[in-house]
Design a protein around this ligand. Structure first.
Ligand code: NDP
Length: 340
C-alpha cells in the first residue's frame, strides 16, 4: 500500500521534497468496526500545510487541527470504494466519502470520530464532486456566503482566490442570488475563466496590479458590501479601505499568510467608522446545514445553474506537486488526485 508521508516539518512554502512516497503492507481482513477502502480520489487542500508546520499551537488555524506525524500517511478527504468490511453498516462495493488519506488504501476505524465516512447512495453525479462542489468546498462556500455574509440582492461582492475551489463556488452562488460579483485570481487565464465561463461580472489578475487599493476602487466605484476572504494579507487590507458602511467580511482563509510571516493589518479606524463586521469562519460550526446545502446545490447542478470546476492530476506520485501547486496558484478549481 503506497502512501504519501511528511518527511520534515515545513516552514514557509512547501517543496515537493518535504513529502515522500512510502510503502507498507496492507492488512487483508478488517476487524469488527473496521473497513478497508480503495481510494479513488483524494483531496488536496491548503489547510493541510498548517498541520505540517512545527508549532501547531502558535497558529490560530492549526489550534483546531491535529498535526501530521512525520513518516506517517497524510490524512485527507477522499472518495473510495469499500473492498472489505467488518462493520455491517458498510458493504463491499459501497462508495464512501470522508476522512481517508493520501494513500492507495485506507483502513478506517468506523467507530471513532476520525473514521467519519458517509455512503454515497446516488450515481447522479461523478464521485469526485463529493470532494468539491458537493463536499467540503461547496459547504464552505454555501454557509460562509449565505450564513455569515448574509447577502442582500444587489450587494457588491468581492471574492479572492476566486478561481480556486471555494472561491469559484462563492462567486457562482452570489451571482445566482442576484449580487454583483468581482473576483481576483493570479493569472489571466483564470480571469478569463471567471468572466467567460462562470459569468462573474468582472475579474482581475491581482499579480498585475501595483496598487490593490486603487484597483478595488476601480472595480467597485460604489464600494464593496461583502468581501469573501480566502487570502488575507494585502488583499484584506485593500478590501477594508473599500468597504461600504456596515460591510461584511468573512475570513474563510488567509492562504497568503500560510507561507509568509507577514500578518495582515487592516485599517481598524475604517472598521470602526464604517461599522464593518469581520467574522472568522470555520466550517465545523455549520455541519448541521449539510442536507440543506446538498439539496440546494444538487438542484442548481441539475438545472445547469452552477458548474463544478475540477483540476485532476493522476496517480499517487503526483500528490506532492499537486500540493505544492496550491501555493503558487497552479490549480484551476478543486484540486484532486485520481488514484485509479
Ligand atoms: P484553492 O483551490 O483556492 O487553492 C488555493 C489558491 O489560493 C491558489 O490556486 C492560488 O490562486 C491562491 N493563492 C495561493 N497562494 C496565494 C497568495 N500568497 N496570495 C494570494 N492567493 C494565493 O483552495 P481552497 O478553495 O480549498 O481554499 C481557499 C481558502 O479557503 C484557503 O485559504 C483555505 O484554507 C480556506 N478554507 C477554509 C475553510 C474553513 O472552514 N475556514 C474550509 C475550506 C477552505 P491564485 O491563482 O488566485 O493566486
Amino acid at each position: 500500500n503506497k502512501f504519501v508521508a511528511l518527511k520534515n516539518r515545513i516552514e514557509g512554502a512547501p517543496l515537493e521534497s518535504d513529502l515522500e512516497i512510502k510503502e507498507t503492507s496492507l492488512k487483508r481482513s478488517p476487524n469488527e468496526a473496521q473497513i478497508i477502502v480503495k481510494n479513488l480520489y483524494v483531496s488536496i487542500d491548503p489547510y493541510q500545510l498548517n498541520r505540517m508546520k512545527s508549532l501547531c499551537s502558535s497558529h490560530s488555524t492549526t489550534k483546531n487541527a491535529s498535526q501530521v506525524k512525520l513518516g506517517q500517511v497524510v490524512a485527507a478527504h477522499g472518495v473510495g470504494r469499500v473492498v472489505a468490511s467488518g462493520d455491517e453498516r458498510f458493504k463491499k462495493g459501497d462508495l464512501v466519502v470522508g476522512h481517508l488519506g493520501w494513500e492507495e488504501y485506507s483502513v478506517i476505524n468506523t467507530s471513532t470520530a476520525d473514521g467519519f465516512l458517509r455512503k454515497i447512495g446516488s450515481s447522479e453525479f461523478p464521485p469526485s464532486y463529493y470532494l468539491g462542489i458537493l463536499g467540503i468546498s461547496g459547504l464552505t462556500a454555501y454557509t460562509g456566503f449565505f450564513n455569515v455574509c448574509k447577502p442582500k440582492k444587489g450587494d457588491f461582492v468581492f471574492v479572492s482566490a476566486a478561481c480556486g475551489s471555494v472561491g469559484n463556488i462563492v462567486g457562482q452562488y452570489a451571482k445566482l442570488f442576484g449580487c454583483y460579483v468581482v473576483g481576483c485570481a493570479g493569472s489571466n487565464h483564470k480571469v478569463d475563466h471567471l468572466k467567460d465561463e462562470l459569468r462573474f461580472d468582472d475579474a482581475f489578475n491581482y499579480k498585475e496590479e501595483t496598487d490593490l487599493e486603487s484597483s478595488l476602487k476601480r472595480y467597485f466605484p460604489q464600494g464593496i458590501d461583502i468581501y469573501f476572504d480566502n487570502v488575507g494579507g494585502e488583499l484584506l487590507e485593500a478590501a477594508v479601505v473599500n468597504m461600504n458602511m456596515f460591510g461584511r467580511i468573512v475570513v474563510c482563509g488567509v492562504i497568503s499568510e500560510y507561507t509568509n510571516k507577514r500578518r495582515s493589518a487592516p485599517n481598524m479606524l475604517d472598521v470602526i467608522y464604517k461599522r464593518i463586521s469581520i467574522q472568522g469562519f470555520l466550517l465545523v460550526d455549520y455541519m448541521h446545514l449539510f442536507e440543506e446545502f446538498m439539496s440546494f446545490t444538487c438542484e442548481q447542478l441539475r438545472n445547469n445553474k452552477i458548474q463544478a470546476i475540477e483540476d485532476i492530476s493522476k496517480g499517487l506520485e503526483s500528490i506532492p506537486s499537486a500540493f505544492v501547486g496550491l501555493f503558487n496558484g497552479s490549480n484551476v478549481g478543486k484540486k484532486l488526485v485520481q488514484l485509479e
